[in-house]
Design a protein around this ligand. Structure first.
Ligand code: G3H
Ligand code: 13P
Ligand code: ZN
Length: 330
């Protein structure tokens, strides 16, 4: 058993309270490897932003959970070395079973998500409550989810029926005891968040998606005022990155994300955690493809992973400064 407190990490309680009161959101960035965690920490130290380091079950499989945990442990010492201490949460992203959440809680995570959104309402409550009871006994915070985010592989994206139902949130929060709630108001995972036919085209021929359902967010805030709300699937899919990828051998089609000004608006509300992964993937891929195309003889991984890390850092600093509003809050 390794408590997150021994690792110098914090849970989300204090962080979320400050974010809701201050009208900004905490960045929740996924990491799977050394370069990603370096970029996240460098960007958050330079912008003086609190941060949530997210690990998915896919990341645990890819990188090994012991190594990832120790990277997070190293994170606390690394930020001290960088010269400015920021609060760091180690969070399980999209936990799908009690056993997975328990394993993370027992091994240094300070926060877990139990994503029961694909179960029936009652089963979601039962599973979430079970995780909350175990987590709270260890002072670990829990994120639950109500409403289903369309996956990138799904046939129908952000269908009406998958939005969070505001009439359920009071009951869900009360019966589960969750510390924060992920909701569905039109965001989705991946780089193809909307089908082209759902979008309009602007003067430059760029796809413009339909707006997020702020009316649902408003209704939820009326039901549970000040309760920490989480937005998943919040990448903006910068078109300049897609262009760099595609002009250097890539083939990413119909990529469309959530406009940054809508996320900025959400961050000023009770939305206090915004999850971004795909934009980081695009930034790294664009940088790597460019190096490879321009230097075909290069084979030192540091020569392409280094520029990828730098591009990622620039992206995250921009997010903290201009989208989440978390800069200067640590
Ligand atoms: O929401 C999913 C995150 O982007 C993590 O993705 O499961 O491929 O690691 P992954
Ligand atoms: P994106 O795919 O939009 O980056 O969303 C990431 C996410 O929600 C991680 O949980
Ligand atoms: Zn997610």
């Amino acid at each position: 058993m390794v408590s997150y407190k021994e690792l110098g990490l914090v849970n989300t309680k204090e962080m979320f309270k400050k974010a809701v009161d201050g009208g900004y959101a905490i960045p929740a960035y996924n990491f799977n490897n050394l370069e990603q965690i370096q970029a996240i920490l460098q960007a958050c130290v330079e912008t003086k932003s609190p941060v949530i380091l997210q690990v998915s079950s896919g990341a645990r499989k890819y990188a090994n959970s012991t190594l990832l945990r120790n990277l997070a442990k190293g994170a606390v010492e690394y930020v001290k070395e960088l010269g400015y201490e920021i609060p760091i949460v180690l969070h399980l992203d999209h936990g799908d079973t009690f056993e997975l959440c328990k394993d993370c809680i027992d091994n240094g995570f300070s926060s877990v998500m139990i994503d029961g959104s694909h179960h029936s309402y009652e089963d979601n409550i039962k599973l979430t409550k079970k995780v909350v009871e175990y987590a709270h006994a260890h002072d670990v915070t829990v994120e639950g989810e109500l409403g289903v985010l369309a996956g990138v592989e799904d046939d129908v994206v952000a269908e009406h029926s998958s939005y969070t139902k505001p009439e359920e949130v009071i009951d869900f929060v009360k019966r589960t005891g969750v510390d924060s709630l992920a909701i569905s108001i039109g965001t989705s995972h991946g780089a193809n968040k909307f089908k082209p036919e759902q979008c309009t085209k602007n003067a430059e021929g760029i796809l413009v998606p339909p707006p997020l359902r702020f009316d649902i967010l408003d209704e939820i805030e009326v039901k549970i005022p000040g309760f920490p709300i989480v937005l998943h699937g919040s990448s903006s899919v910068p078109q300049e990155m897609v262009k760099i990828i595609n002009s250097n051998g890539g083939a990413i089609k119909n990529a469309v994300g959530i406009p940054e000004e809508q996320l900025r608006k959400a961050a000023k509300s009770a939305v206090c955690k915004i999850n971004i992964d795909s934009d980081g993937r695009l930034a790294m891929t664009a940088a790597i493809r460019k190096v490879m195309a321009e230097n075909p003889a290069e084979f030192d991984p540091r020569k392409y992973l280094g520029p990828a890390r730098d591009a990622l850092k620039i992206l995250y600093m921009h997010k903290n400064d201009n989208v989440l509003g978390s800069s200067g809050k640590a």
